[in-house]
Design a binder for this molecule. Sequence first.
Ligand SMILES: *Cc1c(COP(=O)(O)O)cnc(C)c1O
Length: 427
Amino acid sequence: MHLNKIDPEVSQALNRELAREQEGLEMIPSENFVSEAVLEALGSIGTNKYSEGYPGARYYGGCEWVDVIENLARDRAKALFGVNHANVQPASGCAANIATMFALLEPGDTLMGMNLFFGGHMTHGLPVNFSGRYYKSVQYTSAPDGTMDFEAMLSLALEHKPKLVIVGATAYPRIIDWQKARGVADAVGAFLLADVSHVAGLIVSGDHPSPAGIADVITTTTHKTLRGPRGAMILCNGNPSTPLKKVDVSRENIPTLIDRAIIPGLQGGPHNHQTAAIAVALKEAAQPDFKEYGHQIVKNAKALASVLVRQGFELVTGGTDNHLMVVNLTNKNVSGKQAERALSLAGITVNKNTVPFEPRTPFDPSGIRLGTPALTTRGMHEAEMETIGSWIDEAITHASDETKLASIKMSVKEMTDRFPLYPNLTY
Ligand SMILES: *Cc1c(COP(=O)(O)O)cnc(C)c1O
């Protein structure tokens, strides 16, 4: 180990972060803990190599081994999600979505996505995001009960004729019906982008339907329920073209358009260490125990939701079918920000979140978002969810009682001690 000798400040901050991850209850639904094998690949010498381009077609010499790594990642992604083309180079989910727009749209074209305040992502057309500024963005909202409203989407689509329809969410607790999304896109001849960043792991485990074969493009992060390193993939079907040949914007050319959008369109050298770690995570996700993992995420979320409902919490859509829930705290007389702070003092990490038809502001919204992927990775089950649900209730009920919150934090530490994370790691 060299880090603590060369840079004690970074070493100390990493050790403190490690302790924070070990001692707390990580309930931000977009977070997870990677395996030691993934960490090892991510911290590897892959970072040293420039390899602009794709396997077999690079702009740099010496790429024979990074070609092997990228091909492993691509082939595993294709097999796992049932598509015939995978680009594993986007640095993150935002980059994957921007690349998809860059591939399929011209500046000023119309796209349609879910409003951020209703559970959509900022790259789905938020006015201050690239997607809302360089394209004409039409935003759909959910039905009054918080569920996706495909009829409203259809009438908006018929009115505005988007060229790209984006379906997928960052704070949506129910199953997404991809066929209905396809119907909306088809009604106006639009491309359909399914952004499965949050539910990718549940798609692999069979706990959420897959948009493969339905959507034209699938984007996903690799670091959420999929439990890989921070990164993203773009998945599609079609015929990759030979380099340099001019191609038009059509369905069968999507693989070529996507690959060219990533490089030379938007990115330079691929992060080979990240690609190696994605390959490892995809191998892990293809094992039978990953299916169990996905099933348990959902069982844990349902168990937690039912504890909270019993204690009088109001959940958006009334519950959950996936890995997360959005709690509307209006009837509890605390804001999302106050709840986030109280829970943090109690050792429980969540994030404040808007609720559909939010009456407050995004900086201090009415709700919080809770998820079970990271807790499930640690090996927790329904019994722990019962206890955690009652701590969440206590912490929110006594949001300004610092003594109470500190005592919950001690109980949290006792529980997390029983679920060790990276026992041999130190920086
Ligand atoms: C997380 C997320 C993204 C963005 O991923 P980053 O890696 O944070 O850039 C995009 N879309 C959806 C739906 C997400 O949940």
